[in-house]
Design a protein around this ligand. Sequence first.
Ligand SMILES: Nc1nc2c(ncn2[C@@H]2O[C@H](COP(=O)(O)OP(=O)(O)OP(=O)(O)O)[C@@H](O)[C@H]2O)c(=O)[nH]1
Ligand SMILES: [Mg+2]
Length: 429
Amino acid sequence: MFVDTAKVSVQAGKGGDGAVSFRHEIYVDKGGPDGGDGGRGGDVVFVATENVNTLLDFRYKPELKATDGAAGSKKRMAGRSGTDLIVKVPMGTLVRRDGEIIADLTRNGERVVIAKGGDGGFGNAHFKSSTRQTPRMAELGEPGDTFEAELELKLLADVGLVGFPNAGKSTFLSVVTNARPEIADYAFTTLTPNLGVADIDDGSILIADIPGLIEGASEGKGLGDAFLRHVERTAVLLHLIDIYSEDVATSYKTIREELKKYSPELALRPEVVALTKSEGFDAEMIAMQVDALKKAVGDKVAVHVISAASHHGLTDLLRELRAAVQTVRDAEPELEVDDAESDVITLSGEQLSEHWEVERDEHANVYRVFGEKIEKFARRTNYDQFESVNRLRDIMKRMGISHELSRAGAKGESLVQIGDSQSFPLVEQ
Ligand SMILES: Nc1nc2c(ncn2[C@@H]2O[C@H](COP(=O)(O)OP(=O)(O)OP(=O)(O)O)[C@@H](O)[C@H]2O)c(=O)[nH]1
Ligand SMILES: [Mg+2]
């Protein structure tokens, strides 16, 4: 089964909590704080691979979860980081979050961090100060990024095969590549795309075979034009026409018309044309069909004559395809250097905005605070530890938030909620 869309739940690991611990020393009742930090949660990382051609696996495994970071422990021991979850996806996979494209994995081996693991919380070893010798507080680890990802596969091949049903597309693929598609003497044998690699000289080209098109495909006739999305991103189109067609020129134009209706851009794609099944035709008949076709195709595009059955013309055709693909690839903009940083989608903590806003929520009777940086601190706060909450209050004071809350009418006992975190009184009660 060929599956070209899937929905998966992506869950990066939670950061480990920081530890509260004190050194045990002989003769000293309670030594300094030595609680270690929590480890980072694992990321969910997608890697494009040429060894997978469908999104089928995701139908059976719709949850992609990286492991959590471990909690810190005594003697300043940091918790272990969670393990990244590496997920192999086919080349040509698009990833959407809330309808927006967040990744497009096109190159073999390309890696993208889809969801970032949460940072670990600081242990109490961080919170010693002249006024606080025995901090009984530590931060919580942050939750990992979690969301529903919509995956869509648009096959990335070098060459896309187009043509009427029965034109011999799958047969061609089966002869020049390692692929073994179904072949039969009736229309719409191919119901889902096939991919194959053809070796030619010292290189290779990846060829995609899709179901046949007919007049009206753009309006849904036959199998419609849904599969054209798989040749949308190929460098070159190979248009195959059955040499037994009564009117090869019309055959050619009909398919061109459907391509244009589907996407004007696709119609501009470099194209190579070939008449198929030539082994039963004599030279004169072949010349007639070639001439007729050339009138429709024009001078810019070469018309090949091939036979998958007798292997006639295949090498020349593959050479031309390879050269055409190379020309397109050479004209493509240089791909960015694959450094991990540029692939990270989520913001890292250091770039968080200091900006914040407060708002009175009459209904819930709380004052709400929004802002990237303060929300990050709030997420890391352990509300069961009064010292942790006091630290959060200190940060709010330093950032000017407490002042603004008072101005907005908040009293000491008024409840404050930062982002989605738990609410707490503005002043320790
Ligand atoms: N004589 C001859 N028959 C061929 C050749 N290539 C394909 N055929 C026959 O043409 C018929 C259709 O071939 P397919 O490869 O299934 O055609 P297709 O274009 O993939 O058809 P759809 O999947 O329906 O779009 C089959 O009976 C093939 O055996 C050829 O080179 N010579
Ligand atoms: Mg076929």
